[in-house]
Design a protein around this ligand. Structure first.
Ligand code: GRF
Length: 194
């Protein structure tokens, strides 16, 4: 891919709170991450993160698969919106949909996700709970490329988090989230500037 002029243009996909998105905004604001967020999209109109994005002054868009006759039509519309915004990279930050063919084909090798475990352990939902139940002493977070599988794409960055004897699901989730906030922006910088 040729090096485009200016800062890498990124769209962030969310479904909820958007704390990873906010952490990315913070690193852009303090100059650590020289990228442009051209769009924040949510498949849920009520997502808290949408309001945060608007406060940050970023363009937002929301629609849901239920408004379309098929998932691929939903994704085709999303691709249109992403292309219109000139997004070069897609950053999933708590986007609770599996990315399927239509979106994947249009952004091959350019979609990132963050997952709250050290992949390939504990794929899928409730990764922190899976780690506690498995009795492992170290978990963490992983930034990876998105492929056709679930949390199965090539790993870009990881950060380990120790699981303490007195950890609850809430305390572990919170510490992993802090690690996520410190990891995602570095991974974005690494891939968009390599
Ligand atoms: C994070 O734990 C992320 O790893 C997972 O979903 C959560 C999203 O949190 N994919 P937030 O919306 O970024 O606060």
């Amino acid at each position: 891919m040729m090096k485009p002029e200016g800062k890498p243009k990124i769209a962030i996909l969310i479904s909820g709170r958007g704390s990873n998105m906010s952490a990315i905004f913070d690193r852009i604001k303090d100059g650590s991450l020289p990228v442009e967020i051209v769009l924040v999209f949510s498949d849920k109109a009520v997502a808290e993160g949408l309001q945060k994005a608007r406060e940050y002054g970023v363009r937002t868009e929301t629609f849901s698969p239920s408004e379309f006759s098929s998932f691929s039509e939903y994704e085709a519309r999303l691709v249109e919106v992403l292309k219109h915004a000139q997004a070069q990279w897609i950053v999933c930050a708590g986007y609770m949909r599996i990315i399927k063919k239509t979106l994947l084909e249009n952004y091959q090798g350019r979609i990132l996700n963050i997952h709250p475990s050290l992949l390939p352990s504990f794929r899928g939902l409730n990764a922190q709970k899976q780690a506690i139940e498995a009795g492992v002493k170290i978990s963490g977070c992983t930034v990876h490329y998105v492929d056709e599988g679930v949390d199965s794409g090539q790993i870009i960055a990881q950060k380990a988090v120790e699981i303490l004897d007195n950890d609850t699901l809430a305390s572990l989730t919170q510490r992993i989230l802090q690690a996520e906030h410190d990891t995602y922006w570095r991974a974005i910088k690494k891939v968009t500037y390599s």
